[in-house]
Write a protein of this length. Structure first.
Length: 305
């Protein structure tokens, strides 16, 4: 099983094209609220990224920078430029029409593409939330990424049959590359889902849970299935993920159940069995405890708002 792929699919972590920017002269743009996480891909020239109480960061053509949801930041053509407020109406119009937002004076000396990433709000397993730090990827160190960015720009510049599908695939690929880069860096980070992928016994335990979420796993049976001691798994799983194996299993089951309740017409009884509960009553109690609503009420709310 590809654990990352399985979790990304279930979490509905997808990207969308944001805004294309072309800028010249003296320019600056402040972004204090973004719909989800953001990724800026610089395609031409130099862009400076600024954040409150942080030194400005230089982004070169080909560089990518990923910013978690809620990260206030500015973009400018030079360090020290006071960024102006984002014209949200113009940005929304450009996104809707596929036009370019032009800043400063022409000719453009810098070009960049902004992408947005969000995940299904019904899924509590925090894939995007696990990317809690700014990730700066320099294509000099990751030359294969330059090919992806070039393809993205080519599709944007010359739309043709299949461009929408191609863009969706490229945007998703860039998110996967950001996650891979974060994992490869192995820098110190707080406990979370991505940390679990870096610890082999924890990763193996997570894989078992995802492969068979309906199995009555305990810490002891998980440990036996991956050939480590119960004490080892009891120590390392919470250290990596911030949860016990039992807590993670329950959250994952509730995520799967919530999606089935919203997206299918399966009965509560069949969903209970699929996620490992021996009765609809036991499942309903667990679901209400974790989601605040009985399964039937949750289904009605999620479908009708």
């Amino acid at each position: 099983m590809d654990l990352l792929a399985d979790t990304l699919i279930a979490a509905g972590a997808r990207g969308s094209l944001g805004t294309r920017i072309e800028a010249g002269g003296t320019w600056g743009l402040w972004l204090d609220s973004y719909p989800g996480a953001a990724l800026h891909a610089v395609t031409v020239g130099t862009v400076w990224l600024s954040r409150p109480d942080r030194c400005s960061r230089r982004l070169q053509a080909g560089d990518l920078v990923f910013l978690p949801a809620g990260t206030e930041h500015g973009l400018s053509g030079e360090p020290g430029v006071r960024p102006g407020a984002c014209d949200r109406a113009e940005a929304a119009r450009a996104r809707a029409t596929g036009d370019v937002v032009r800043l400063g004076s022409q000719p453009a000396r810098a070009k960049l593409v902004t992408l947005h990433y969000q995940q299904d709000p019904e899924v509590r397993t925090p894939i995007l939330g696990a990317l809690s730090d700014v990730v700066h990827i320099q294509t000099l160190a990751h030359p294969h990424l330059d090919d992806v960015v070039r393809l993205l720009v080519r599709e944007l510049s010359h739309p043709q049959f299949g461009t929408t599908a191609a863009l969706n695939s490229l945007i998703d690929l860039l998110l996967i590359q950001v996650i891979r880069t974060r994992l490869d860096a192995r820098t110190e980070q707080r406990a979370g889902w991505l940390s679990g992928l870096l610890d082999p016994p924890v990763r193996d335990a997570l894989t078992k849970i995802h492969q068979e979420p309906s199995r009555p796993w305990t810490t002891a049976t998980l440990a036996a299935a991956i050939s480590v001691s119960r004490a080892t798994l009891s120590r390392r799983f919470p250290a990596a993920t911030g949860q016990t194996p039992g807590d993670y299993l329950t959250r994952w089951r509730m995520d799967l159940a919530a999606l089935r309740l919203r997206d299918t017409d399966q009965t509560v009884e069949s969903i209970a069995t699929a996620v490992g509960y021996t009765s609809a009553q036991a499942f309903s109690r667990a679901f209400r405890r974790h989601r605040g609503l009985a399964p039937g009420a949750y289904r009605g709310r999620s479908r009708h708002g």
